[in-house]
Design a protein around this ligand. Structure first.
Ligand SMILES: Cc1ncc(COP(=O)(O)O)c(C=O)c1O
Length: 398
């Protein structure tokens, strides 16, 4: 792995060289070592557009890993969710249930198909949609539930699948952050009707920009392939199943380039190495920040018993917004980048236009204002992690 030198400088004194951190980044895109070789192989194959050998290897890898009947790489998780939304054949006015504490694409994908978004509050322990509040948000217009596995920690999928079954609703898992995480032994993304992964550079496994859709029902696979290929049956044509391809349905261009898939495949081959490295950092943060939690200064993430998480992020919760702002500034003064998200969607201009919040916003806004994400990426050095822990500890020792 190339040394992450951008945040490092070397000082020479007494004929010795000292490494000095000048900035601890929040994220460094994953790089495992074989990416260039595979990109070169894709170039040598003279196949740069999608669905070449690397795209197929990635799809197969995920099918085997998750047990999903069909996985298709896409150009982003946003596009995987849009594809799922098109699959639902939504009518204007149909409703989709979404947590307000999420990335815009979770809601936007359905708004593009004319749906109205019904926001539901989160649980403060996992920051995931509160499964107990979903049923109250269902009307005769409801078509789907979109659980978001925040930080790669699973939503209560048994309860959500049960509600969906009883009300005949589709479940689209936003597992953008949940690659390699599990709920009761099942891969996140492979539990609902559709699952959506992200391989953006901020994610555990990356291709720069990219994603995947996981499809549970094998009968839906062909329709998904057509939507992904601009509404044509070109994939069937390339497989020799039809003698010409044609415009079959609504669709768009959701097929990523082989170059991106080649970059991703190098990481999938070493998925466990990346997983272990992140978990190691996550556990160190947890252990070293526990004294602050025990003294009541901060809260630490909660992982329910049935969940295997992928260490997608490490966050702490401060007392309130004011304290989080002061801590973020304190860390910045020490050249540590810590970030927060999301502005709850129901209070955003588009959220007000396209959605409504069902029930009371008891936790979404309050908890979102307390949460602060600490630097975490594949290859984060122990010394940098300890610098972050020390800075947070110093802040609360003031
Ligand atoms: C919960 C969630 N959903 C969707 C997305 C969108 O992913 P992408 O950037 O691959 O479109 C993100 C990206 O950060 C996300 O965190």
């Amino acid at each position: 792995m190339p040394e992450n030198r951008e945040n490092t400088c070397f000082l020479r004194a007494n004929k010795k060289e000292f490494r000095v951190n000048i900035m601890i980044k929040f994220n460094v895109p994953p790089y495992i070592g074989n990416e260039e070789n595979y990109i070169k192989e894709a170039i040598d194959n003279r196949k740069l557009c999608g669905d070449g050998s690397f795209t197929k290897k990635c799809n197969k890898w995920f099918e085997e890993k998750t047990g999903s009947s069909k996985v298709l790489l896409t150009t982003s998780c946003t596009h995987a969710t849009e594809l799922a939304a098109i699959m639902l054949d939504l009518k204007p006015g149909d409703e989709v249930i979404v947590p307000s504490y999420t990335f815009v694409s979770t809601a936007n994908a359905f708004v593009l198909q004319g749906a109205k978004i019904v926001f539901v509050d989160i649980r403060p322990d996992t920051m995931n949609i509160d499964e107990k509040l979903i049923e109250d948000a269902i009307t005769d217009k409801t078509r789907a539930i979109v659980p978001v596995h925040y930080a790669g920690v699973a939503c209560e999928m048994d309860a959500i699948m049960d509600i969906a079954k009883r009300h005949n609703l589709a479940v689209i898992e936003d597992a953008a952050q949940g690659v390699m995480s599990q709920y009761k032994g099942k891969a996140l993304g492979a539990i609902g009707d559709f699952g959506c992964y992200s391989f953006h550079e901020t994610k555990n496994y990356s291709m720069g920009e990219g994603g995947a859709i996981l499809i549970k029902n094998p009968d839906m696979a062909l329709k998904a392939e057509i939507i992904r290929e601009k509404g044509t049956n070109r994939s069937q044509f390339f497989r020799g199943q039809v003698d010409k391809y044609t415009w079959c349905s609504k669709g768009s261009s959701y097929l990523p380039s082989e170059l991106n898939a080649a970059y991703l495949y190098a990481q999938l081959e070493q998925a466990d190495k990346i997983f272990d490295d992140r978990i190691n950092s996550w556990n160190k943060y947890y252990e070293m920040l526990s004294p602050l939690r025990d003294k009541g200064y901060i809260e630490l993430p909660f992982i329910p018993e049935d969940c295997v998480h992928n260490a997608h992020m490490f966050y702490i919760k401060c007392k309130n917004l004011e304290e989080r702002t002061a801590l973020t500034e304190f860390l910045k003064e020490r050249d540590i980048l810590a970030v927060f998200h999301y502005v709850p969607l129901h209070s955003a201009p588009a959220g007000l236009q396209f959605g409504r919040f069902n029930g009371e916003d008891k936790y979404t806004t309050k908890e979102s204002e307390r949460l602060l994400r600490l630097p975490l990426y594949y290859g984060l050095k122990d010394e940098d992690l300890m610098t972050v822990v020390k800075a947070v500890t110093d802040f609360y020792a003031r």
